[in-house]
Design a protein around this ligand. Sequence first.
Ligand code: C5P
Length: 278
Amino acid sequence: MKIKANAKINLTLDITGVREDGFHTLSSVMAPISLCDEIVIEKSDKLSFDCNISSICDDKNLCVRAAKLFFESLNTDERASIYLEKNIPFPAGLGGGSADAAAVLRGLNSLFGNILDEKILYSLAERLGSDVPLCLYNKPALCEGRGEILTPLNRMPTLDVVIAIGKARLSTPEVYFEYDKASLPIKDDTSNLLKALESRNRDEIIKAFGNAFEPITDILAPETKQLREKMLELGAKNSRLSGSGPSVYGVFDSAENAKKAAKALENMGYFAVYCQTL
Ligand code: C5P
């Protein structure tokens, strides 16, 4: 069985507090995108994992952790072989590992006759990482709590986007740490976006996208700021950091303009790819 593992972008990301366990509460609208990894899963007598990128081909990979968790919750000796074809850049803030984990849960469940109900599947997803529930849902949603409390957003239009990454790397825990130190005022991009979705005004919707980490990542990795500025110069209607970076996305008014911008960024030496939100 072959399944797609779609990456995600954060259209908004407001940090609303810090929990006792150190995790942050957030209010983020996320959308899956067509950029994806591919996973091949077959039934087997033992669990095996292989990947086209050797540096991530070990037991720590979220594909393996998701499969172990899945089999732990079943009373069976059956196992599976998993092959991951990695296309989503990492680490990027695009939820690539989370997408793989969600796809493995979804794929295994389907291979074993949908033996686990949705509620259990989501509880396993939650244990694997903050973004895994959204990846399991695989549609635009408001994500609250640590990211695991989902509210479907049916009015989100399909967007033509360019995803780009330069050479800068960012560590998620470091971005959260520096964010806490900076004591910035809480942003309200998410409620502005929810209001814009009510009005169904496409320009207002796109204008509301934002990311609370940008003042931090602009300093930690100035290249991400330059990339956002380049997206706007190339005609993007808005351009934001995704997650804790370093990936940046630009939203364009047509597929044609987005493809042109992706080509221009590629010629400047960036990784750049055109895709659509799901
Ligand atoms: O859950 P995930 O693996 O994506 O989290 C990676 C790191 O990001 C955590 O170890 C934590 O430092 C930070 N994080 C957080 N609050 C969240 C999500 C992530 O502090 N809601």
